[in-house]
Design a protein around this ligand. Structure first.
Ligand code: CP3
Length: 354
């Protein structure tokens, strides 16, 4: 077993005792940090930053230099898989992602290749290897992917969407097409995450950002079913340690029991969920990650600390909680706020781990 100086995050995911509640922040590397903006400018555009292992490593480590975070997350994006499938990803200045060749018909799906992670996505694996080396065992490294459903929304809509009309049309008018696409994506995600684990990721997380826009039966059929396949296909032990899997469906609070049934180790919660209630429902089966509203980071330190104390009290005593935001950090929060957050979590949580 390679040595790890801080294993709080991994232990909490496995519901093993910890001295204090671990914390990391979704999108912890990003534009709220001036040093991120500088490195991104040096790289040129966002995908060039992702493709450069040294610069991707640099931005992964930036938030850890400022804050006492208990985990690092690979700097990359969920849209690397559709890009590697040939859809032509670009990020226009100040805009969301765009695909030059979105998925429209059966032939588009039949022609999609399943990317080889050590070929078309080798730049991601190189970033994982570089980051693991540079972390020097300080904290564990989280690998990640999008869920098949969430990736499919971008691939069919051609970019970000508010109404999801194209993919919902496919879902109701030609469900077999959508299933064929989701099958290919699930297979690709399994290969991709297993390659990240082999390259050094010590835990993995699946982001199902858009699962919450599905009708409740459709959620099981078009999103959860494919995340279940992924959980079943993942390497769960590496380097003599368990590799925990976290599933995060934004807006998934109604479906926690079903998510826990997949055999994942932890469920990510957005801020609409009462974490006390979530623990009563699924805390005997899985750990919970979350769930502060990212907008709390706009408030003054006293208000941030109050929110931390409330969430810690709601979860209650014992292990099984990884503190996080309920979604990604906003790009215009003061850089002092995450410091207040992280320090408060570590300070106030010790009383719950006696
Ligand atoms: O958390 C981290 O620090 C690791 C890096 C990370 C990024 N994207 C970097 C990024 C992670 C884990 C993601 C996941 C991701 N990407 C998701 C799932 C999580 C979520 O937020 O719901 C989604 C839906 C995407 C797709 C995506 N990538 C969009 C919609 C955008 C544009 C929106 C925006 O914030 O500009 C991106 C670009 C992106 N990915 C940025 C970063 C730091 C911003 C790019 C920039 O520097 O301008």
């Amino acid at each position: 077993m390679t040595s790890l100086k801080n294993d709080r995050y991994l232990n909490a995911l496995l519901r093993k005792p910890v001295d204090m509640t671990p914390v990391w922040m979704m999108r912890q590397a990003g534009r709220y940090l001036p040093e991120y903006k500088a490195t991104r400018a040096e790289a040129g555009d966002f995908m060039s930053l992702c493709r450069n292992a040294d610069l991707a490593c640099e931005v992964t480590l930036q938030p850890l230099r400022r804050y006492a975070l208990d985990a690092a997350i690979l700097f990359s994006d969920i849209l690397t898989i559709p890009d590697a499938m040939g859809l032509g990803l670009s990020f226009g200045a100040g805009e969301g992602p765009k695909f030059a060749r979105p998925i429209e018909c059966q032939a588009d799906i039949d022609n999609l290749p399943i990317p080889d992670p050590e070929q078309e996505l080798q730049y991601v694996m190189n970033a994982v290897r570089t980051i693991r080396r540079e972390l020097k065992g300080e904290v564990p490294l989280i690998g990640f992917s999008g869920s098949p459903w969430t990736l499919a929304t971008y691939m069919v809509e051609g970019g970000s969407s508010k109404a999801f009309t194209k993919i919902k049309k496919m879902l109701y008018a030609e469900p077999h097409l959508l299933h064929a696409l989701l099958d290919k994506l699930a297979e690709s995600v399994i290969l991709y995450l297993n390659a990240q684990i082999k390259a050094g990721a010590q835990a993995v997380m699946v982001f199902d950002t858009w699962g919450g826009v599905l009708a409740h039966r459709d959620y099981r059929e078009f999103s959860l079913r494919y995340m279940h396949k992924i959980v079943d296909g993942l390497i769960r032990e590496n380097e003599g340690r368990q590799v925990p899997v976290t599933l995060f469906t934004k807006g998934g609070g109604l479906w926690l029991e079903a998510i826990a049934e997949t055999g994942c180790d932890a469920i990510g919660l957005d801020w609409t969920v009462d974490i006390a209630d979530a623990r009563r429902r699924v805390g005997h089966k899985v750990a919970l990650q979350g769930n502060m509203d990212p907008s709390v980071l706009y408030a003054d330190p006293a208000r941030i600390e109050q929110e931390v104390q409330q969430i810690l009290a709601d979860f209650g005593a014992g292990s099984g909680h990884v503190f996080n935001l309920g979604h990604g950090i906003h790009q215009d929060v003061p850089t002092e706020s995450p410091k207040v957050l992280v320090d408060a979590i570590h300070r106030f949580s010790q009383a719950y781990h006696q």
